[in-house]
Design a protein around this ligand. Structure first.
Ligand code: SGN
Ligand code: CA
Length: 538
Protein backbone atom coordinates (compact mmCIF):
# COMPACT_ATOMS: atom_id res chain seq x y z
CA UNK A 1 0.00 0.00 0.00
CA UNK A 2 2.71 2.44 1.08
CA UNK A 3 4.59 1.44 -2.02
CA UNK A 4 1.57 2.30 -4.17
CA UNK A 5 1.09 5.67 -2.54
CA UNK A 6 4.78 6.33 -2.99
CA UNK A 7 4.77 5.48 -6.66
CA UNK A 8 1.59 7.50 -7.18
CA UNK A 9 3.24 10.49 -5.48
CA UNK A 10 6.29 10.03 -7.64
CA UNK A 11 4.15 9.93 -10.74
CA UNK A 12 2.25 13.07 -9.74
CA UNK A 13 5.52 14.76 -8.85
CA UNK A 14 7.10 13.99 -12.19
CA UNK A 15 3.98 15.11 -14.07
CA UNK A 16 4.09 18.34 -12.10
CA UNK A 17 7.81 18.76 -12.82
CA UNK A 18 7.25 17.97 -16.48
CA UNK A 19 4.55 20.61 -16.71
CA UNK A 20 7.13 23.06 -15.41
CA UNK A 21 9.68 21.98 -18.00
CA UNK A 22 7.24 22.38 -20.86
CA UNK A 23 5.62 25.58 -19.80
CA UNK A 24 8.45 28.03 -20.41
CA UNK A 25 8.84 26.73 -23.97
CA UNK A 26 5.16 27.32 -24.77
CA UNK A 27 5.23 30.60 -22.88
CA UNK A 28 8.27 32.05 -24.61
CA UNK A 29 7.12 30.87 -28.00
CA UNK A 30 3.42 31.70 -28.18
CA UNK A 31 3.74 32.05 -31.91
CA UNK A 32 5.72 29.06 -33.02
CA UNK A 33 6.45 29.51 -36.73
CA UNK A 34 5.09 27.21 -39.40
CA UNK A 35 7.65 25.66 -41.71
CA UNK A 36 7.11 25.13 -45.41
CA UNK A 37 10.09 23.16 -46.73
CA UNK A 38 10.13 23.18 -50.54
CA UNK A 39 12.66 20.93 -52.22
CA UNK A 40 13.02 20.10 -55.89
CA UNK A 41 15.00 17.21 -57.29
CA UNK A 42 18.18 18.16 -59.19
CA UNK A 43 17.41 21.88 -59.44
CA UNK A 44 20.68 23.60 -60.39
CA UNK A 45 21.21 27.07 -58.92
CA UNK A 46 22.21 28.15 -62.46
CA UNK A 47 18.50 27.77 -63.30
CA UNK A 48 17.15 30.22 -60.71
CA UNK A 49 17.19 33.85 -61.79
CA UNK A 50 17.95 35.05 -58.26
CA UNK A 51 21.35 33.35 -58.84
CA UNK A 52 21.75 33.88 -62.59
CA UNK A 53 19.35 35.06 -65.26
CA UNK A 54 21.28 33.56 -68.17
CA UNK A 55 18.93 30.62 -68.65
CA UNK A 56 15.51 31.29 -67.18
CA UNK A 57 13.37 33.69 -65.20
CA UNK A 58 11.96 32.22 -61.97
CA UNK A 59 9.96 35.10 -60.50
CA UNK A 60 8.22 33.08 -57.79
CA UNK A 61 11.32 31.44 -56.36
CA UNK A 62 13.08 34.80 -56.61
CA UNK A 63 10.41 36.29 -54.33
CA UNK A 64 11.98 34.33 -51.47
CA UNK A 65 15.28 36.14 -52.09
CA UNK A 66 13.62 39.52 -52.45
CA UNK A 67 11.67 39.01 -49.23
CA UNK A 68 14.28 36.91 -47.42
CA UNK A 69 17.81 35.56 -47.69
CA UNK A 70 19.72 34.06 -50.64
CA UNK A 71 22.60 31.71 -49.75
CA UNK A 72 25.35 31.76 -52.39
CA UNK A 73 27.55 29.11 -50.80
CA UNK A 74 25.09 26.42 -49.71
CA UNK A 75 26.25 22.87 -50.39
CA UNK A 76 25.42 19.22 -49.77
CA UNK A 77 27.54 16.65 -47.96
CA UNK A 78 27.04 13.91 -50.62
CA UNK A 79 25.68 15.00 -53.97
CA UNK A 80 23.04 12.40 -54.67
CA UNK A 81 19.36 12.19 -54.00
CA UNK A 82 18.50 9.71 -51.25
CA UNK A 83 21.67 10.34 -49.19
CA UNK A 84 20.95 14.08 -49.30
CA UNK A 85 17.42 13.47 -48.04
CA UNK A 86 18.68 11.19 -45.27
CA UNK A 87 21.14 13.89 -44.19
CA UNK A 88 18.40 16.52 -44.18
CA UNK A 89 16.08 14.33 -42.10
CA UNK A 90 18.66 13.12 -39.56
CA UNK A 91 21.03 16.10 -39.40
CA UNK A 92 23.90 13.63 -39.79
CA UNK A 93 26.55 12.92 -42.39
CA UNK A 94 26.12 9.93 -44.67
CA UNK A 95 28.76 7.82 -42.92
CA UNK A 96 26.86 8.20 -39.63
CA UNK A 97 23.26 7.77 -40.82
CA UNK A 98 24.34 4.91 -43.10
CA UNK A 99 22.47 6.03 -46.24
CA UNK A 100 25.61 6.23 -48.35
CA UNK A 101 23.96 5.84 -51.75
CA UNK A 102 20.60 5.53 -53.48
CA UNK A 103 20.46 1.75 -53.03
CA UNK A 104 21.41 1.20 -49.38
CA UNK A 105 18.24 0.97 -47.23
CA UNK A 106 17.48 3.89 -44.91
CA UNK A 107 17.56 2.85 -41.26
CA UNK A 108 14.09 3.95 -40.16
CA UNK A 109 14.86 3.53 -36.46
CA UNK A 110 16.79 6.81 -36.60
CA UNK A 111 15.39 10.04 -35.21
CA UNK A 112 14.32 12.45 -37.96
CA UNK A 113 13.41 16.07 -37.43
CA UNK A 114 9.73 15.69 -38.51
CA UNK A 115 9.29 13.17 -35.65
CA UNK A 116 10.55 15.78 -33.19
CA UNK A 117 8.17 18.37 -34.63
CA UNK A 118 5.29 15.94 -34.34
CA UNK A 119 6.16 15.14 -30.72
CA UNK A 120 6.36 18.85 -29.94
CA UNK A 121 2.78 19.39 -31.08
CA UNK A 122 3.27 20.42 -34.71
CA UNK A 123 0.91 19.11 -37.35
CA UNK A 124 3.13 17.53 -40.01
CA UNK A 125 2.71 16.48 -43.64
CA UNK A 126 4.76 15.36 -46.63
CA UNK A 127 3.80 15.47 -50.31
CA UNK A 128 5.89 14.43 -53.29
CA UNK A 129 9.24 12.69 -53.72
CA UNK A 130 10.99 11.17 -50.73
CA UNK A 131 12.87 8.47 -52.69
CA UNK A 132 12.97 5.79 -50.00
CA UNK A 133 10.51 3.77 -47.98
CA UNK A 134 6.76 3.75 -48.11
CA UNK A 135 5.82 5.00 -44.68
CA UNK A 136 7.68 8.18 -43.70
CA UNK A 137 7.94 8.61 -39.95
CA UNK A 138 6.87 11.74 -38.13
CA UNK A 139 4.26 12.90 -40.62
CA UNK A 140 0.54 12.92 -39.82
CA UNK A 141 -0.40 12.91 -43.51
CA UNK A 142 1.55 11.97 -46.59
CA UNK A 143 1.34 11.07 -50.26
CA UNK A 144 4.72 10.15 -51.69
CA UNK A 145 5.95 8.93 -55.05
CA UNK A 146 7.29 5.38 -55.16
CA UNK A 147 11.09 5.70 -55.65
CA UNK A 148 11.78 8.19 -58.43
CA UNK A 149 8.09 8.45 -59.34
CA UNK A 150 6.64 9.49 -62.72
CA UNK A 151 6.04 12.84 -64.37
CA UNK A 152 2.89 11.85 -66.19
CA UNK A 153 -0.18 10.41 -64.41
CA UNK A 154 1.94 9.51 -61.37
CA UNK A 155 1.24 6.82 -58.79
CA UNK A 156 1.38 7.81 -55.12
CA UNK A 157 1.85 5.82 -51.93
CA UNK A 158 -0.56 6.84 -49.17
CA UNK A 159 -1.30 5.43 -45.73
CA UNK A 160 -4.47 3.92 -47.23
CA UNK A 161 -2.73 2.23 -50.18
CA UNK A 162 -1.63 3.32 -53.64
CA UNK A 163 -3.44 5.67 -55.96
CA UNK A 164 -2.78 7.04 -59.45
CA UNK A 165 -3.66 10.62 -60.30
CA UNK A 166 -4.15 11.86 -63.85
CA UNK A 167 -2.12 14.92 -64.75
CA UNK A 168 1.36 16.40 -64.48
CA UNK A 169 3.33 15.60 -61.36
CA UNK A 170 4.42 19.14 -60.40
CA UNK A 171 0.85 20.44 -60.60
CA UNK A 172 -0.49 17.44 -58.68
CA UNK A 173 2.01 17.67 -55.80
CA UNK A 174 1.10 21.36 -55.50
CA UNK A 175 -2.67 20.64 -55.56
CA UNK A 176 -2.17 18.11 -52.75
CA UNK A 177 -0.09 20.59 -50.74
CA UNK A 178 -2.52 23.49 -51.11
CA UNK A 179 -5.47 21.23 -50.43
CA UNK A 180 -3.86 20.05 -47.19
CA UNK A 181 -3.07 23.61 -46.09
CA UNK A 182 -6.60 24.67 -46.88
CA UNK A 183 -8.67 21.67 -45.75
CA UNK A 184 -6.65 19.48 -43.40
CA UNK A 185 -4.63 22.02 -41.46
CA UNK A 186 -5.51 22.41 -37.80
CA UNK A 187 -5.64 26.16 -37.15
CA UNK A 188 -4.78 25.53 -33.50
CA UNK A 189 -1.40 24.01 -34.27
CA UNK A 190 1.69 25.20 -36.10
CA UNK A 191 2.55 23.06 -39.13
CA UNK A 192 5.57 21.52 -40.83
CA UNK A 193 4.92 20.88 -44.51
CA UNK A 194 7.44 19.02 -46.67
CA UNK A 195 6.52 19.93 -50.28
CA UNK A 196 8.88 17.87 -52.43
CA UNK A 197 9.02 18.06 -56.22
CA UNK A 198 10.15 15.27 -58.50
CA UNK A 199 11.00 17.79 -61.23
CA UNK A 200 13.43 18.52 -62.80
CA UNK A 201 14.90 15.00 -62.41
CA UNK A 202 15.97 13.04 -65.48
CA UNK A 203 14.43 12.35 -67.99
CA UNK A 204 13.08 15.93 -67.81
CA UNK A 205 9.49 15.60 -69.09
CA UNK A 206 7.81 19.02 -69.05
CA UNK A 207 4.04 19.51 -69.01
CA UNK A 208 2.60 19.64 -72.56
CA UNK A 209 2.27 23.46 -72.38
CA UNK A 210 5.89 23.97 -71.29
CA UNK A 211 7.11 21.33 -73.75
CA UNK A 212 5.58 23.39 -76.54
CA UNK A 213 6.72 26.75 -75.17
CA UNK A 214 10.34 25.71 -74.59
CA UNK A 215 10.95 23.47 -77.64
CA UNK A 216 11.65 26.48 -79.85
CA UNK A 217 13.89 28.40 -77.43
CA UNK A 218 17.69 28.67 -77.71
CA UNK A 219 19.94 28.95 -74.68
CA UNK A 220 23.52 30.20 -74.24
CA UNK A 221 26.11 27.44 -74.02
CA UNK A 222 28.30 27.23 -70.94
CA UNK A 223 31.91 28.11 -71.71
CA UNK A 224 33.06 24.67 -70.51
CA UNK A 225 30.68 22.62 -72.71
CA UNK A 226 33.68 21.27 -74.66
CA UNK A 227 35.94 20.62 -71.65
CA UNK A 228 38.55 17.94 -72.41
CA UNK A 229 39.43 17.34 -68.72
CA UNK A 230 43.13 17.73 -69.58
CA UNK A 231 44.22 19.33 -66.31
CA UNK A 232 42.14 17.24 -63.92
CA UNK A 233 42.33 13.72 -62.53
CA UNK A 234 41.17 10.34 -63.82
CA UNK A 235 37.75 10.68 -62.18
CA UNK A 236 36.62 13.59 -64.38
CA UNK A 237 37.87 11.86 -67.54
CA UNK A 238 36.20 8.55 -66.72
CA UNK A 239 32.84 9.82 -65.49
CA UNK A 240 29.98 8.65 -67.69
CA UNK A 241 27.72 11.67 -67.67
CA UNK A 242 28.58 13.52 -70.85
CA UNK A 243 26.02 15.16 -73.09
CA UNK A 244 28.06 13.90 -76.06
CA UNK A 245 28.12 10.19 -75.20
CA UNK A 246 25.88 9.22 -72.30
CA UNK A 247 22.90 11.47 -72.91
CA UNK A 248 20.47 9.29 -74.84
CA UNK A 249 18.78 10.57 -77.98
CA UNK A 250 15.28 9.26 -77.31
CA UNK A 251 15.15 8.68 -73.56
CA UNK A 252 16.72 12.05 -72.74
CA UNK A 253 16.34 14.19 -75.86
CA UNK A 254 12.84 12.94 -76.87
CA UNK A 255 13.77 11.97 -80.43
CA UNK A 256 11.22 9.32 -81.41
CA UNK A 257 13.09 5.99 -81.91
CA UNK A 258 11.59 5.67 -85.39
CA UNK A 259 13.52 8.76 -86.52
CA UNK A 260 16.80 7.14 -85.45
CA UNK A 261 15.86 3.90 -87.21
CA UNK A 262 14.95 5.87 -90.35
CA UNK A 263 18.40 7.45 -90.46
CA UNK A 264 19.99 4.04 -89.91
CA UNK A 265 22.48 5.40 -87.38
CA UNK A 266 23.92 3.24 -84.63
CA UNK A 267 22.35 3.93 -81.28
CA UNK A 268 22.93 3.05 -77.63
CA UNK A 269 21.10 -0.25 -77.06
CA UNK A 270 19.45 1.14 -73.90
CA UNK A 271 17.96 4.16 -75.64
CA UNK A 272 14.83 2.77 -77.25
CA UNK A 273 14.12 0.38 -74.35
CA UNK A 274 14.34 3.19 -71.78
CA UNK A 275 12.21 5.52 -73.88
CA UNK A 276 9.50 2.96 -74.42
CA UNK A 277 9.56 1.81 -70.80
CA UNK A 278 9.25 5.11 -68.92
CA UNK A 279 7.09 8.21 -69.37
CA UNK A 280 6.14 7.86 -73.04
CA UNK A 281 3.74 4.93 -72.53
CA UNK A 282 2.09 6.73 -69.59
CA UNK A 283 0.74 9.47 -71.88
CA UNK A 284 -3.02 9.00 -72.32
CA UNK A 285 -4.98 9.76 -75.49
CA UNK A 286 -5.99 13.29 -74.54
CA UNK A 287 -2.43 14.12 -73.46
CA UNK A 288 -1.06 12.59 -76.64
CA UNK A 289 -2.84 15.18 -78.78
CA UNK A 290 -0.69 17.75 -76.99
CA UNK A 291 2.63 15.88 -76.74
CA UNK A 292 2.70 14.09 -80.08
CA UNK A 293 2.88 17.12 -82.43
CA UNK A 294 5.92 18.41 -80.54
CA UNK A 295 7.57 14.98 -80.50
CA UNK A 296 6.92 14.75 -84.26
CA UNK A 297 8.48 18.12 -84.93
CA UNK A 298 11.57 17.24 -82.84
CA UNK A 299 11.88 14.03 -84.88
CA UNK A 300 11.55 15.95 -88.15
CA UNK A 301 14.18 18.50 -87.24
CA UNK A 302 16.48 15.72 -86.05
CA UNK A 303 16.17 13.81 -89.32
CA UNK A 304 16.84 16.94 -91.32
CA UNK A 305 19.84 18.21 -89.43
CA UNK A 306 21.62 15.30 -87.73
CA UNK A 307 23.21 13.70 -90.83
CA UNK A 308 25.11 16.86 -91.79
CA UNK A 309 26.17 17.94 -88.30
CA UNK A 310 29.76 17.81 -87.02
CA UNK A 311 30.40 16.17 -83.63
CA UNK A 312 30.62 19.60 -82.11
CA UNK A 313 27.28 20.62 -83.59
CA UNK A 314 25.71 17.39 -82.37
CA UNK A 315 26.80 18.14 -78.83
CA UNK A 316 25.36 21.66 -79.13
CA UNK A 317 22.09 20.29 -80.52
CA UNK A 318 21.74 17.80 -77.66
CA UNK A 319 22.53 20.56 -75.18
CA UNK A 320 19.71 22.72 -76.58
CA UNK A 321 17.20 19.84 -76.42
CA UNK A 322 18.35 19.10 -72.87
CA UNK A 323 17.91 22.71 -71.75
CA UNK A 324 14.52 23.07 -73.45
CA UNK A 325 13.13 20.15 -71.43
CA UNK A 326 15.01 20.78 -68.18
CA UNK A 327 14.02 24.46 -68.10
CA UNK A 328 10.46 23.63 -69.16
CA UNK A 329 10.27 21.50 -65.98
CA UNK A 330 11.71 24.37 -63.92
CA UNK A 331 9.17 26.79 -65.30
CA UNK A 332 6.34 24.57 -63.95
CA UNK A 333 8.06 24.33 -60.57
CA UNK A 334 8.29 28.12 -60.44
CA UNK A 335 4.63 28.61 -61.42
CA UNK A 336 3.57 26.14 -58.76
CA UNK A 337 5.76 27.62 -56.04
CA UNK A 338 4.00 30.87 -56.94
CA UNK A 339 0.62 29.24 -56.36
CA UNK A 340 1.67 28.12 -52.87
CA UNK A 341 3.16 31.51 -51.97
CA UNK A 342 -0.05 33.17 -53.14
CA UNK A 343 -2.03 30.78 -50.95
CA UNK A 344 0.10 31.72 -47.93
CA UNK A 345 -0.60 35.38 -48.68
CA UNK A 346 -4.34 35.10 -49.12
CA UNK A 347 -4.79 32.80 -46.12
CA UNK A 348 -2.80 35.12 -43.87
CA UNK A 349 -0.24 32.39 -43.15
CA UNK A 350 2.75 34.09 -44.82
CA UNK A 351 3.65 36.27 -41.86
CA UNK A 352 4.41 33.41 -39.47
CA UNK A 353 5.70 30.82 -41.93
CA UNK A 354 9.34 30.08 -42.65
CA UNK A 355 9.56 29.20 -46.34
CA UNK A 356 12.65 27.35 -47.53
CA UNK A 357 13.45 26.60 -51.17
CA UNK A 358 16.28 24.19 -51.92
CA UNK A 359 17.25 21.17 -54.02
CA UNK A 360 18.63 17.78 -52.97
CA UNK A 361 21.85 18.79 -54.78
CA UNK A 362 23.11 20.84 -57.68
CA UNK A 363 23.29 19.66 -61.30
CA UNK A 364 25.40 20.13 -64.42
CA UNK A 365 23.66 22.09 -67.15
CA UNK A 366 26.35 21.34 -69.72
CA UNK A 367 29.25 22.69 -67.65
CA UNK A 368 32.29 20.45 -68.27
CA UNK A 369 30.20 18.79 -70.99
CA UNK A 370 28.07 17.07 -68.33
CA UNK A 371 24.61 16.42 -67.00
CA UNK A 372 23.99 14.69 -63.58
CA UNK A 373 25.81 15.47 -60.31
CA UNK A 374 27.81 13.42 -57.70
CA UNK A 375 31.12 15.35 -57.86
CA UNK A 376 32.53 17.72 -55.24
CA UNK A 377 32.98 20.23 -58.10
CA UNK A 378 30.84 23.33 -57.71
CA UNK A 379 27.80 22.76 -59.95
CA UNK A 380 26.89 19.54 -58.12
CA UNK A 381 28.34 20.31 -54.68
CA UNK A 382 26.49 23.60 -54.32
CA UNK A 383 22.72 23.69 -54.02
CA UNK A 384 20.22 26.53 -54.15
CA UNK A 385 19.01 27.81 -50.79
CA UNK A 386 16.57 30.66 -50.23
CA UNK A 387 14.80 31.29 -46.92
CA UNK A 388 12.02 33.75 -46.14
CA UNK A 389 10.93 34.45 -42.58
CA UNK A 390 9.13 37.78 -42.25
CA UNK A 391 10.16 39.93 -39.26
CA UNK A 392 13.20 37.75 -38.55
CA UNK A 393 15.22 37.68 -41.80
CA UNK A 394 15.82 41.11 -43.32
CA UNK A 395 14.38 41.25 -46.84
CA UNK A 396 16.75 41.14 -49.80
CA UNK A 397 19.78 39.85 -47.89
CA UNK A 398 22.52 37.53 -49.11
CA UNK A 399 24.76 35.20 -47.16
CA UNK A 400 27.96 33.75 -48.61
CA UNK A 401 28.69 31.60 -45.56
CA UNK A 402 29.41 27.90 -46.06
CA UNK A 403 26.16 26.30 -44.98
CA UNK A 404 25.02 22.75 -45.76
CA UNK A 405 21.95 20.56 -45.97
CA UNK A 406 23.40 19.00 -42.81
CA UNK A 407 22.33 22.18 -40.97
CA UNK A 408 18.63 22.21 -41.86
CA UNK A 409 17.34 19.97 -39.06
CA UNK A 410 19.00 21.94 -36.28
CA UNK A 411 17.94 25.24 -37.86
CA UNK A 412 14.28 24.26 -38.02
CA UNK A 413 14.36 22.80 -34.53
CA UNK A 414 15.86 25.95 -33.06
CA UNK A 415 13.41 28.16 -34.96
CA UNK A 416 10.56 26.14 -33.44
CA UNK A 417 12.05 26.11 -29.94
CA UNK A 418 12.51 22.32 -29.95
CA UNK A 419 15.69 20.87 -28.45
CA UNK A 420 17.94 19.17 -31.02
CA UNK A 421 19.49 15.80 -30.12
CA UNK A 422 23.18 16.14 -29.19
CA UNK A 423 24.35 13.75 -31.87
CA UNK A 424 23.14 15.85 -34.80
CA UNK A 425 26.20 17.08 -36.67
CA UNK A 426 25.13 20.35 -38.30
CA UNK A 427 24.93 23.89 -37.00
CA UNK A 428 21.79 25.93 -36.68
CA UNK A 429 21.68 28.75 -39.24
CA UNK A 430 19.81 30.98 -36.77
CA UNK A 431 22.78 33.36 -36.27
CA UNK A 432 22.88 33.94 -40.02
CA UNK A 433 19.12 34.33 -40.34
CA UNK A 434 18.96 36.88 -37.54
CA UNK A 435 22.08 38.78 -38.65
CA UNK A 436 24.10 37.70 -35.59
CA UNK A 437 27.03 36.68 -37.82
CA UNK A 438 29.63 36.96 -35.03
CA UNK A 439 28.16 33.72 -33.73
CA UNK A 440 28.88 31.85 -36.96
CA UNK A 441 32.41 30.48 -37.00
CA UNK A 442 32.53 27.69 -39.57
CA UNK A 443 35.11 28.15 -42.33
CA UNK A 444 35.29 24.71 -43.94
CA UNK A 445 32.88 21.91 -44.84
CA UNK A 446 33.28 18.18 -45.36
CA UNK A 447 32.08 16.15 -48.35
CA UNK A 448 32.00 12.39 -49.07
CA UNK A 449 30.56 10.60 -52.12
CA UNK A 450 30.28 6.78 -52.29
CA UNK A 451 28.17 5.38 -55.14
CA UNK A 452 30.93 3.68 -57.16
CA UNK A 453 31.15 1.41 -59.08
CA UNK A 454 27.76 2.63 -60.25
CA UNK A 455 25.67 4.57 -62.73
CA UNK A 456 27.63 7.50 -64.25
CA UNK A 457 30.91 6.05 -62.93
CA UNK A 458 31.89 8.89 -60.59
CA UNK A 459 34.65 7.59 -58.34
CA UNK A 460 34.46 7.60 -54.55
CA UNK A 461 35.93 10.72 -53.04
CA UNK A 462 35.96 12.88 -49.95
CA UNK A 463 37.27 16.36 -49.41
CA UNK A 464 37.35 19.68 -47.66
CA UNK A 465 36.02 22.94 -49.09
CA UNK A 466 36.83 26.42 -47.85
CA UNK A 467 35.92 29.70 -49.50
CA UNK A 468 39.37 29.75 -51.13
CA UNK A 469 40.19 26.11 -51.87
CA UNK A 470 38.83 22.67 -52.55
CA UNK A 471 40.91 19.58 -51.79
CA UNK A 472 39.60 16.14 -52.75
CA UNK A 473 40.88 12.60 -52.43
CA UNK A 474 39.63 10.06 -54.98
CA UNK A 475 40.03 6.47 -53.79
CA UNK A 476 38.92 2.83 -54.27
CA UNK A 477 40.43 2.03 -57.68
CA UNK A 478 42.64 5.15 -57.79
CA UNK A 479 44.58 7.11 -55.19
CA UNK A 480 44.52 10.66 -56.51
CA UNK A 481 44.34 14.09 -54.96
CA UNK A 482 43.03 17.27 -56.59
CA UNK A 483 43.26 20.85 -55.41
CA UNK A 484 41.37 23.81 -56.87
CA UNK A 485 42.03 27.47 -56.25
CA UNK A 486 38.44 28.68 -56.04
CA UNK A 487 39.33 32.35 -56.32
CA UNK A 488 41.65 32.11 -59.33
CA UNK A 489 39.94 29.20 -61.07
CA UNK A 490 36.23 29.30 -60.19
CA UNK A 491 35.38 26.94 -63.05
CA UNK A 492 37.73 24.31 -61.59
CA UNK A 493 39.53 23.60 -64.85
CA UNK A 494 42.99 22.90 -63.42
CA UNK A 495 44.04 20.91 -60.39
CA UNK A 496 47.02 22.61 -58.77
CA UNK A 497 47.69 19.79 -56.32
CA UNK A 498 51.13 19.10 -57.82
CA UNK A 499 52.04 22.74 -58.36
CA UNK A 500 54.95 23.54 -55.97
CA UNK A 501 53.48 27.00 -55.43
CA UNK A 502 50.61 25.32 -53.56
CA UNK A 503 52.69 22.90 -51.47
CA UNK A 504 51.98 24.75 -48.27
CA UNK A 505 48.27 25.06 -48.99
CA UNK A 506 48.16 21.31 -49.62
CA UNK A 507 49.92 20.58 -46.33
CA UNK A 508 47.58 22.79 -44.33
CA UNK A 509 44.42 21.55 -46.01
CA UNK A 510 45.37 17.89 -45.65
CA UNK A 511 45.82 18.51 -41.95
CA UNK A 512 42.46 20.31 -41.75
CA UNK A 513 40.78 17.54 -43.70
CA UNK A 514 42.11 14.97 -41.20
CA UNK A 515 40.73 17.07 -38.38
CA UNK A 516 37.35 17.42 -40.06
CA UNK A 517 37.17 13.67 -40.59
CA UNK A 518 37.87 13.18 -36.90
CA UNK A 519 35.38 15.84 -35.87
CA UNK A 520 32.60 14.20 -37.91
CA UNK A 521 33.73 10.67 -36.93
CA UNK A 522 34.65 9.53 -40.44
CA UNK A 523 37.72 7.33 -40.89
CA UNK A 524 39.62 4.96 -43.22
CA UNK A 525 37.98 2.07 -41.34
CA UNK A 526 34.52 3.41 -42.21
CA UNK A 527 35.57 3.95 -45.85
CA UNK A 528 36.54 0.29 -45.90
CA UNK A 529 33.38 -0.85 -44.12
CA UNK A 530 31.23 0.90 -46.72
CA UNK A 531 33.24 -0.60 -49.58
CA UNK A 532 32.62 -4.06 -48.14
CA UNK A 533 28.92 -3.46 -47.47
CA UNK A 534 28.51 -2.13 -50.99
CA UNK A 535 30.38 -4.98 -52.63
CA UNK A 536 28.56 -7.66 -50.62
CA UNK A 537 25.22 -6.15 -51.50
CA UNK A 538 25.70 -6.91 -55.19
C1 SGN B 1 18.45 7.52 -62.23
C2 SGN B 1 18.99 8.22 -63.48
C3 SGN B 1 20.41 8.70 -63.26
C4 SGN B 1 20.53 9.48 -61.97
C5 SGN B 1 20.02 8.62 -60.83
C6 SGN B 1 20.11 9.23 -59.49
N1 SGN B 1 19.02 7.29 -64.58
O1 SGN B 1 19.04 6.29 -62.03
O2 SGN B 1 20.80 9.49 -64.36
O3 SGN B 1 21.85 9.85 -61.72
O4 SGN B 1 18.64 8.34 -61.10
O5 SGN B 1 19.37 10.42 -59.41
S1 SGN B 1 17.65 6.94 -65.33
O6 SGN B 1 18.03 6.21 -66.54
O7 SGN B 1 16.83 6.13 -64.47
O8 SGN B 1 16.99 8.20 -65.64
S2 SGN B 1 18.89 10.85 -58.01
O9 SGN B 1 18.49 12.27 -58.11
O10 SGN B 1 17.77 10.03 -57.66
O11 SGN B 1 20.01 10.69 -57.12
CA1 CA C 1 18.37 14.42 -56.96
Amino acid sequence: MIKRIFSFTLLALSAWLLSFCQEPEEATLPNRPNILFIMSDDHAYQAISAYSDQLIQTPSIDRLAEEGMLFTNASVTNSICAPSRATILTGKHTHINGKIDNMMPFDTTQVTFPQLFQQAGYQTAMYGKLHFGNNPKGVDDFMILPGQGSYINPRFITSQGDTTITGYVTDIITDLTINWLDQERDPNKPFLMMYLHKAPHRAWWPSPEKFRAFASKTFPEPTTLFDDYASRGTAAREAEMTIAYEMLLSYDNKVLPQAITDLGISDDPRNQRYFEGSEYPRINEAQSTLYQPILDSIAESFKERWPTMSDKEKRSWKYQRYMQDYLGCISSVDDNVGRVLDYLDTSGLAENTIVVYTSDQGFYLGEHGWFDKRFIYDESFKTPLLIRWPNVIAAGTTSDEMVQNLDFAQTFLEAAGIAAPNDMQGESLMPLLTGDTANWTRNAVYYHYYEYPGEHAVKRHYGIVTKDYKLAHFYYDVDEWELYDRQKDPQEMTSVYDDPAYAQVVAILRQELDELRKKYKDSPELDQKYIELYTNKE
